[in-house]
Design a protein around this ligand. Structure first.
Ligand SMILES: [Zn+2]
Length: 275
């Protein structure tokens, strides 16, 4: 039976600070929209449809928006780690990466009383130390890599990537990967980003976007019928006005396929029991 995991990166303001290096009023207001306007609409939709989802929340955003994050928790959704100020770990020293992991854990515990089982890297990339550290800190899974589209797998540590000979793969660690992909992420298709360093034009073809995602879901049901369809949304992106209808259509299509909705953490537990 197919499984669908809807995941929401509740980046609010931290994504603009940590990933794009901007904190001017336009960007702050986009995060504010995601937290105060879009998230309640998404929570209402998930409740109407009876769907449990996973929310990856940076520490800075849970500190900024404690009440809406408590509403997410109290609705029974899973809450995962997503950095403190949306820091990508790729350029961090091991000590700095530990500090960010600990600050994020502290914020989720202090505000929500939650110890997360899952981690999703801000902007989907890891450092050479990340999987080892996540296992050491007791995480059950990561959800940032892309070595499969619809099946979970075990993470490795200690890969050595050469540019003049074959890559050496390290040993597996006690950490499951719930893979993601940019093509099932709303942000690059829906957000126009203009900063002094970056220009990302948003797609204007919203109907085409919906069709691409629905076709991927149909494909998984046909080709990987026991697969897990893990899709990444951002409240400020998918929750802006009528784009929320795309989310509604994905939920309806999944129900038409007889799919089970699951949090990522629960799907990982099920996978672990049989692998
Ligand atoms: Zn994020």
């Amino acid at each position: 039976m197919p499984t669908v995991c809807l995941s929401f990166d509740f980046d609010a303001i931290s994504v603009w600070i940590g990933t794009f290096g901007v904190s001017t009023p336009q960007f702050v207001s986009r995060g504010e929209y995601g937290a105060n306007v879009a998230t309640p609409r998404i929570l209402d939709l998930l409740e109407r449809e009876g769907v449990q989802a996973t929310w990856y929340i940076p520490g800075l955003d849970v500190d900024t928006y404690p009440e809406i994050c408590k509403r997410i928790r109290d609705a029974g959704h899973e809450i995962g780690h997503h950095g403190y100020a949306h820091e990508g770990p790729t350029s961090l020293s091991e000590q700095a990466e530990r500090d960010v992991l600990e600050r994020g854990l502290d914020a989720l515990d202090r505000v929500l009383g939650v110890r997360p089982a899952g981690y999703r890297s801000p902007a989907f990339d890891l450092s050479p130390n990340s999987t080892r550290l996540l296992a050491e800190y007791g995480f059950s899974y990561d959800s940032s890599m892309m070595a499969h589209d619809f099946q979970f797998y075990r993470c490795r540590t200690g890969d050595v990537v050469h540019s003049d000979r074959a890559v050496e793969f390290g040993p597996e660690v006690d950490l499951v990967e719930a893979p993601v992909t940019w093509t099932l992420d709303d942000f690059p298709f829906t957000e126009m980003v203009l900063t002094p360093q970056v220009f990302i034009p948003a797609s204007t073809d919203v109907e085409g976007l919906a069709q691409r995602w629905l076709s991927d879901l149909d494909f998984m049901v046909e080709v990987e019928p026991d697969g897990v369809f893990t899709q990444t949304f951002h409240p400020q992106s998918i929750g802006r006005a009528a784009r929320l209808r795309i989310l509604e259509r994905i939920i309806r299509r999944a129900k038409d396929h007889g799919a089970t909705f699951s949090t990522v953490g629960a799907a990982v537990d099920t996978w672990k029991a049989t692998h």
